[in-house]
Design a binder for this molecule. Structure first.
Ligand code: SOE
Length: 408
């Protein structure tokens, strides 16, 4: 893959990284923001260019290109891959399209950023990982977009565990609670169709919890016992989600179709190294909007994070003087904290979108240094194996289900 050179007239000598993005819904908008913003807040070896966006509907893609800042439009992802002025394919589409797009892109010598979860099955994830590792040998790299790793408080959590501040990790408590599907009249979108999404809350948000737990602790889940539930078995067809309770136009005559994925997933887990964990993912916990929570208890201390209070990390240091022990609320906005120093002066908080900008900054830094970005497709394959084990366990009366090692 030739590294693009910027136009002669450009004052910036750094090479460009020309991005082609597939999809322009919520994640497409978020990734566009990150590609635009990263070079303004991070010193990067490559300068991203929003070269082209692909969407099946030309009018919709044109509108998205204008709104999100893309220079050109394609109506077919293969056309993006065929262009020699594109260096990286950013996949922001439903899970059933990830494998075909990522494999074609990598084989064409394009780097890939693929939204989570990596795929809709272990088999697809294994194939994607094999192609990615083959491409890496030729300097073409792939990353999976588990963006919460790059929330400053979670990155600080990982640093504290790695530095031994918690001692031996014993227990992990991961919840990801949303409520946008609590309304039985919320429509049957692609996220509720197993053929497109692969699973429901489990793969959509449970995958984030699995990746975050493994990333923060440095431990892998080795086995699970699980149950899944679908509370609303049928939903109105043909509409778009317009917010809680916003589906008054749905009537008893509105045709309904079957929901083929879970509304909620619960599972217990064992990690290598002897730790145990409990996980919960749901999109029907009325009142919880985006409560991605993670708590780790160790022999010397505990840390706890709640995305709905995302600028704080709670830390209990068991080595504090006995009369001073308690959960300290650390405001994770200081230059000493991961990523925070790139933004505002002390004490000014960050938001959901910053994790995506950090993701792009770390990706561009890795590519500029010709090194493999993380999380790799193999890391994401590990998450995919846990997702599959949860579904297997739930389908067999919650029987204990082990996770096979990721094959080399
Ligand atoms: C919907 O549940 C969703 O948009 C997830 O798909 C994202 O990965 C998560 O970051 C926010 O919630």
């Amino acid at each position: 893959m030739t590294v693009a050179t910027r136009a002669e007239t450009a004052t910036d000598p750094r090479p460009a990284l020309r991005v082609g993005m597939v999809g322009h819904a919520f994640m497409g908008a978020m990734h566009s923001h990150a590609w635009r913003t990263a070079p303004h807040f991070f010193e990067l070896p490559l300068v991203p260019e929003l070269a082209a966006i692909a969407g099946r509907n030309r009018a919709g893609a044109e509108m998205a290109a204008q709104r999100m800042g893309w220079a050109s439009v394609e109506t077919d992802w293969q056309a993006l891959i065929d262009r020699d002025d594109i260096d990286l394919i950013d996949i922001c589409t439903p899970g059933n399209t990830h494998a075909e797009i990522a494999i074609a892109a990598l084989r064409a010598g394009k780097h890939v950023l693929c939204e989570k979860p990596l795929a809709n099955s272990v088999a697809e994830a294994e194939q994607m990982t094999a192609v990615a590792e083959e491409a890496a040998a030729h300097g073409v790299f792939a990353m999976c977009g588990y963006s919460y790793r790059r929330t400053p408080a979670l990155a600080l959590m990982k640093r504290m565990v790695a530095d031994g501040r918690l001692g031996t990790v014993r227990q992990v408590r991961a919840q990801y609670l949303q409520d946008w599907l609590s309304d039985a009249n919320a429509p049957l979108t692609w996220r509720l169709d197993r053929a497109k999404s692969g699973s429901g809350a489990l793969g959509d948000i449970g995958a984030h919890s699995i990746d975050a737990a493994q990333f923060v602790t440095g431990l892998n889940i080795t086995g699970v016992s699980a149950l899944l539930e679908t509370f609303t078995k049928e939903r109105p067809m043909g509409g778009e989600f317009v917010g809680l309770g916003g589906h008054g136009d749905v009537t008893a005559d509105t045709p309904r179709g079957p929901v083929t994925v879970d509304d909620a997933a619960l599972f217990t887990a064992r990690f290598d190294g002897g730790a145990i964990g409990v996980f919960e993912a749901t999109r029907t916990a009325l009142g919880r909007k985006n409560a991605m929570r993670l708590e780790v208890n160790g022999s010397l201390g505990s840390v706890a994070f709640d995305f709905e209070d995302m600028n704080f990390l709670q830390f209990y240091d068991g080595t504090d003087a006995e009369d001073a022990r308690g959960f300290h609320r650390i405001l994770v906005t200081e230059p000493v904290h991961p990523y925070a120093g790139h933004w505002w002066p002390t004490g000014h908080g960050l938001g959901y979108e910053h994790g995506f900008t950090h993701q792009v900054a770390d990706l561009l830094t890795a590519l500029g240094n010709k090194t493999a970005p993380t999380p790799s497709f193999r890391d994401a394959l590990g998450v995919q194996r846990v997702l599959a084990a949860v579904e297997d366990s739930a389908a067999n009366n919650s029987q204990w289900t082990t996770i096979e090692e990721s094959k080399p």
